[in-house]
Write a protein that binds this ligand. Structure first.
Ligand SMILES: *Cc1c(COP(=O)(O)O)cnc(C)c1O
Length: 373
C-alpha cells in the first residue's frame, strides 16, 4: 500500500486534496479564467499583507521558486551607484550575499551568529556609520534555524536612515500577521509553496509602486526583470513567458482555503499548536533544540543530534520516511541538527503521530536518551 506522506519540511509542503484537484483542468495562459485568477491572487495577497493599490502597492508574480523572486528584486532594484547592506544570520541571508556577488552589486554584509537575531540596534549603528547604503535586505523567518528576526523594528531603522527595505518573508508570509506598511517594507518576497500552502511554481513580490518604478530599465537579467514582469501583467494581464498555469490555479484554491480556515490568525494558531505539540513530544523523548526559546519562531525547529553512538541521521530519516513522515536535514554551520517543520496541511494530530513514529524508530535503533526536566 502507498503510504500518504506528510511533509514536515520548510517546503514544498503537504497540500490539501482540493488544492491538488484545482490542477486537473488544463487552462490556457490567455484564458479569461486564468487571467482573472492572476488578478484575484494579486489583490488577495495584498489584502493579506494589509496593503492595496490605492495605498501605492503592487503585487508581481514571478515564475520559479522563491529564490527567483528574491533574485528578481535584488538584481532589478539596486542600481549601479546604490549600495546594498545584507543582514545575515543564516544560510538564506548568505544566499542574498551570493546574488550580490554574482550581479556585481555594491554591497556590504553585517553578520550575526546563527543562534542570534539581527538586532535593530546593531543595524542602526551600522547604517549610521555607512551613509552610502541605500538598500537593506533581511530574512524574516530564518529557515536555517527557525528564528524570527524583528522585521518591524528593522523596518523602522531603515526608514529612519532612508534605506529601501527588502524582506525575504518566504517561510512566514501567510502564517503570521504582518502589516507591510506598518513594518515599513518596500519589497516583500514569498512563494506559492510555503504558508499559503499551494504547490511550487512561482514567487510573488509585494512592493511599493514608487520603488518598483525606479527599477525601470535597471535589470541585470531578462527573465528576472521585476519591472518588465509587472508592466506586462499590468498592461494586458499576461506573463512575458510561459506562466505556471496550474500552480496558479492551485494557489487560488489555497487562498480560498486559507480564508475558510479563518485567515492568517487561524493559520498562525494552528502552526503554533503544531509547534507546542512538537516541542513537548520531542522534549519527552529527550531531544534538545538548537535555539533559545525567546528567539524561536513556530515555522520550523532545529533539533540537535542526540549524543548517542547509535544515532545515524540517514537511518533515522529513512525509517521515518518509510512510515510516511518526511523530516528535513539541518543546515547549520556550527552544529549537527535536523529540522522539523510545522507548516503545510499538517495538524496537531499529525505531529502527535510523528512523535509516536520517532519513539518507535528510537526503540528500533536502541537509542535511549536522557530526559532532562
Ligand atoms: C524556502 C525559502 C526560500 C526560497 O527557497 P526556494 O528553494 O528557492 O523556494 C528563501 N528564503 C527562505 C527564508 C526560505 O525559507
Amino acid at each position: 500500500m502507498r503510504v500518504r506522506k506528510l511533509l514536515f519540511t520548510p517546503g514544498p509542503l503537504t497540500t490539501s486534496e482540493t488544492v491538488k484537484q484545482a490542477m486537473l483542468e488544463d487552462v490556457g495562459s490567455r484564458d479569461h479564467e486564468f487571467v482573472n485568477a492572476v488578478k484575484e491572487i494579486g489583490s488577495e495577497l495584498m489584502r493579506i499583507g494589509h496593503i492595496s493599490k490605492e495605498e501605492g502597492y503592487e503585487c508581481v508574480i514571478m515564475q520559479g521558486s522563491g529564490t527567483f523572486g528574491i533574485e528578481s528584486v535584488v538584481s532589478s532594484v539596486i542600481k549601479k551607484n546604490d549600495t546594498l547592506l545584507v543582514l545575515v544570520n543564516g544560510a538564506y541571508g548568505e544566499r542574498i550575499v551570493k546574488m550580490a556577488v554574482i550581479h556585481q552589486l555594491n554591497h556590504q554584509v553585517l553578520r550575526f551568529e546563527e543562534d542570534e537575531i539581527v538586532t535593530p540596534e546593531a543595524s542602526l549603528k551600522y547604517l549610521q556609520a555607512h551613509p552610502e547604503i541605500t538598500h537593506v535586505a533581511c530574512i524574516h523567518s530564518e529557515t536555517t534555524t527557525g528564528l524570527f528576526n524583528p522585521i518591524a523594528e528593522i523596518g523602522a531603522v531603515c526608514r529612519k536612515q532612508n534605506a529601501v527595505f527588502i524582506v525575504d518573508a518566504m517561510s512566514s508570509f501567510g502564517g503570521i500577521e504582518l502589516d507591510i506598511k506598518e513594518s515599513q517594507i518596500d519589497f516583500l518576497v514569498s512563494s506559492s509553496n510555503k504558508c499559503i500552502e499551494g504547490v511550487p511554481g512561482f514567487a510573488f513580490v509585494l512592493c511599493k509602486n514608487a520603488e518598483l518604478a525606479k527599477a525601470k530599465g535597471q535589470a541585470r537579467s531578462l527573465s528576472l526583470d521585476l519591472y518588465d514582469q509587472w508592466k506586462g501583467l499590468e498592461t494586458n494581464g499576461q506573463f512575458r513567458f510561459t506562466p505556471p498555469t496550474l500552480s496558479i490555479m492551485a494557489f487560488r484554491q489555497a487562498l480560498k482555503e486559507l480564508e475558510a480556515e479563518g485567515g492568517v490568525s487561524a493559520r498562525e494558531k494552528r502552526y503554533r499548536t503544531n509547534k507546542m505539540v512538537l516541542d513537548k513530544g520531542m522534549k519527552e523523548l529527550g531531544f534538545s533544540q538548537y535555539l533559545n526559546k525567546e528567539i524561536q519562531g513556530y515555522i520550523i525547529t532545529s533539533f540537535l543530534y542526540p549524543d548517542n553512538p547509535h544515532f545515524n541521521f540517514d537511518r533515522f530519516y529513512n525509517k521515518l520516511n518509510d512510515r510516511g513522515f518526511v523530516i528535513y536535514p539541518g543546515k547549520l554551520s556550527k552544529a549537527n541538527a535536523f529540522r522539523i517543520g510545522n507548516i503545510g496541511q499538517i495538524f496537531p494530530d499529525d505531529v502527535s503521530a510523528l512523535i509516536v513514529a520517532i519513539r518507535e524508530v528510537l526503540a528500533e535503533e536502541k537509542i535511549s536518551l536522557t530526559v532532562t526536566a
